[in-house]
Design a protein around this ligand. Sequence first.
Ligand code: GDP
Ligand code: MG
Length: 185
Amino acid sequence: MATRRRTLLKVIVLGDSGVGKTSLMNQYVHKKFSMQYKATIGADFVTKELQIGEKLVTLQIWDTAGQERFQSLGAAFYRGADCCALVYDVNVLRSFDNLETWHEEFLKQAWNIGMCPSDPKTFPFIVLGNKIDVDGGSSRVVSDKKAADWCASNGNIPYFETSAKDDFNVDEAFLTIAKTALANE
Ligand code: GDP
Ligand code: MG
């Protein structure tokens, strides 16, 4: 008889302020979306259970409380991360350019607290290009090709285009996050 095992996976979500990190998590975990901008939320993380094969997985998804704007996030945020989701807004070029910065920031912090992925290219990252719904796609400035190229040249990072507003690709993205993190356990 197969044994049931429960696995806790910590996922951290990084990216510029306003790209939709909190909205993606809310859509995924609570199936809710609001256009109202709230820079801070109460909890450090939210959890969601999912079944992957024979494994019962608890995804623990850590959000920033808005401090990505003006200060670093602190060791507790990064410690024990099994996967790092990097989010940008397909309508804001700067948020895409800053993927590089967030990618490096993660690796620097991981190194500082001794998590140091032996080969940074093998650490499970995932990239989400969010807000593809805006103006029916006509205000998009980052093409899917450009994003996919960046992901390919940074260790074949999986890439998803999402809309937290329309609940497009959100479940799919987080499922891939869970599977990627699990594979790396
Ligand atoms: P965070 O700072 O990265 O956590 O971003 P938020 O989740 O707070 O979102 C910033 C703003 O963008 C809010 O007004 C959200 O309602 C809006 N937003 C987030 N995701 C989407 C999306 O997929 N489509 C649209 N149109 N707006 C979004
Ligand atoms: Mg937020």
